[in-house]
Design a protein around this ligand. Structure first.
Ligand SMILES: *Cc1c(COP(=O)(O)O)cnc(C)c1O
Length: 415
C-alpha cells in the first residue's frame, strides 16, 4: 500500500472537479457508500421538497394541488429532465410505473410492428425481471412467440436474423458491470429489420448516452439507482418519434387517454408520449425524483464518465495489490469500452459473509447470488478516499477472515 498511499487518494480528491457535488447529498458520516447502483442516496433538495409537499401542497392545497402545484404535469416534467441524460428530446421521455411494467408496454408495441415475426431475443444473463416479463408477455398472447436466449454478449449480433421481431437487452449487466455497444447492436438489429428495446437501469446517470444518434427504438429504466429518485421511485421510458402514435400500448388506463378528465365512455389514445402512462402517478415519489434530478444541472456527463473510470480503475488496482486471497476474482471487464460504473468480484464460498462484514465495518456494497460482491461507483458523491478506505477494509477482512463468523452468514431477504 505504500506507493498508493492514502495521501495519494486525498490528492486525487483535491483535483476532482466533481467533488463539490457530494455536498448536495445527505450521506451518513463514517459510511462509505458503494451501492448507489442499487439505491442512490437522498439529496438535500429532495428532503426539502418532500417536506414542502406534505405540509403545503398536500397539507393545505389538498386536491387543488393537482393543478396549482403542477402534480398532473409530473410525468412529462420528470421525463424532460431525464431526456438529456439519455441524449434525446424532452417530448420522447415520460416517467411512469416501474421498469418491469414499462418493458411490458414497449414490448407489446414493438412486437406489433412485425406481426409475422415470432422471435424475441434476450440474454440468458439479462436482469431476471426482463426475462420474466418477456416470458409472461409471450405466454399471455399465445401467438407462437419464441424466445432466443443468448448466452454470451459476443454472440448477440450473429443471433439477430430476419425472423426476429424484437431484441431486448440491458446495456450494462447488473452482475459484472459489462457494457454492450448500443450503437453497433442497434445497427445490426435494424439491418435485420427488427426493433430494439434497451434497459438502461445501470446506464442513465452512470455513462453518457446518445439514444437518438444511435437510432434506438425504445428504452426503459429505473430512477432509484444512479438517478437517486428514492426507494421504489417511478421508472421512465423512451419512445423514438417514429414509433409514437403508431401502435397503442395495451395498458390503456385513463392517464393514457387523450382527455382523461372528459371521462368519456370510449378510450381514445393520447397522441403523444402520454399514451405510455396508465394510471395516477405516485406524486410523493415523483416529487422526490424531480428534486433529485436537479443535481445533474451543469454536470458534464463526459466528466462523470471519466471520473467513473478513474474510480473503478483505482479500486481494481488497490484490491489486486493489497488483497492476496486468490479466491477473490475480478469479473468486471478491464477494458474501459466494456465497463459500466461498477466493479464485481466473485468469492466462491463466503461472498455473502464478506459483504456483511464490510457493511458492519461501514462499507456498503451488495451481494448478488450465488457468489458476487458488487461495488457501485457514483462520481457525484464517491471520493477517491472512499475507494482507498473500502479497499483497505476489504483487505483486513480477508486477511483476518473476520467474515467467517456465524453472524455474517445469516442471509437477509434483500441482499
Ligand atoms: C434494477 C433493474 C430493474 C428493476 O425493475 P423494477 O421494475 O424497477 O423493479 C430492471 N432491469 C434492470 C436491468 C435492473 O437492473
Amino acid at each position: 500500500m505504500k506507493s498508493l498511499s492514502f495521501e495519494r487518494a486525498k490528492e486525487k480528491d483535491r483535483a476532482d472537479g466533481l467533488a463539490s457535488k457530494r455536498g448536495e447529498f445527505l450521506l451518513p458520516e463514517n459510511i462509505i457508500y458503494l451501492d448507489g447502483n442499487s439505491l442512490g442516496p437522498v439529496t438535500k433538495n429532495a428532503t426539502k421538497r418532500i417536506k414542502e409537499v406534505t405540509e403545503k401542497e398536500w397539507g393545505v392545497g389538498l386536491i387543488r394541488s393537482w393543478n396549482d402545484s403542477g402534480w398532473v404535469d409530473l410525468p412529462k416534467k420528470v421525463g424532460s429532465k431525464i431526456a438529456p441524460l439519455l441524449g434525446v428530446q424532452a417530448e420522447n421521455v415520460i416517467m411512469a410505473d416501474s421498469t418491469s411494467v414499462n418493458l411490458f408496454k414497449v414490448l407489446s408495441v414493438a412486437c406489433a410492428a412485425h406481426p409475422c415475426r415470432k422471435t424475441i431475443i434476450t440474454e440468458t444473463n439479462n436482469f431476471p425481471t426482463d426475462n420474466y416479463i418477456i416470458e409472461g408477455f409471450t405466454r399471455q398472447l399465445d401467438r407462437g412467440f419464441e424466445i432466443t436466449y443468448v448466452d454470451k454478449p459476443e454472440d448477440i449480433i450473429s443471433s439477430i436474423n430476419k425472423s426476429v421481431s424484437v431484441v431486448v437487452l440491458t446495456h450494462i449487466n447488473y452482475k459484472n458491470g459489462e457494457m454492450l455497444d448500443i450503437s453497433e447492436i442497434t445497427k445490426a438489429t435494424h439491418k435485420a429489420g427488427a426493433l430494439i428495446i434497451w434497459d438502461l437501469a445501470h446506464s442513465a446517470g452512470a455513462v453518457p448516452l446518445e439514444l437518438e444518434n444511435w437510432r434506438v427504438d425504445f428504452a426503459i429504466g429505473c430512477s432509484y439507482k444512479y438517478l437517486n429518485g428514492g426507494p421504489g421511485a417511478p421508472g421512465y421510458l423512451y419512445v423514438a418519434d417514429r414509433h409514437i402514435g403508431k401502435f397503442n400500448q395495451p395498458l390503456t388506463g385513463w392517464f393514457a387517454h387523450k382527455s382523461p378528465f372528459a371521462f368519456k365512455p370510449q378510450y381514445e389514445p393520447a397522441e403523444d408520449i402520454s399514451q405510455y402512462l396508465c394510471g395516477t402517478p405516485p406524486v410523493l415519489s415523483s416529487i422526490a425524483l424531480d428534486a433529485a434530478l436537479d443535481v445533474w444541472t451543469n454536470v458534464n456527463l463526459q466528466d462523470v464518465r471519466q471520473k467513473s473510470l478513474e474510480l473503478t480503475d483505482y479500486f481494481i488496482k488497490l484490491v489486486e495489490q493489497c488483497c492476496s486471497d486468490p479466491a477473490l476474482q475480478l469479473i468486471t471487464p478491464r477494458d474501459h469500452k466494456l465497463r459500466g460504473s461498477q466493479v464485481s468480484f466473485t468469492y466462491p464460498e463466503g461472498g455473502y459473509a464478506i459483504m456483511s462484514a464490510l457493511i458492519e465495518d461501514g462499507v456498503i456494497g451488495d451481494f448478488r447470488a450465488p457468489n458476487i460482491l458488487r461495488f457501485g461507483f457514483t462520481p457525484l458523491y464517491t471520493s477517491f478516499s472512499d475507494v482507498w478506505l473500502a479497499a483497505d477494509k476489504l483487505k483486513t477482512i480477508l486477511e483476518t477472515r473476520s467474515w467467517d463468523h456465524p453472524r455474517f452468514h445469516d442471509r437477509k431477504l434483500v441482499t
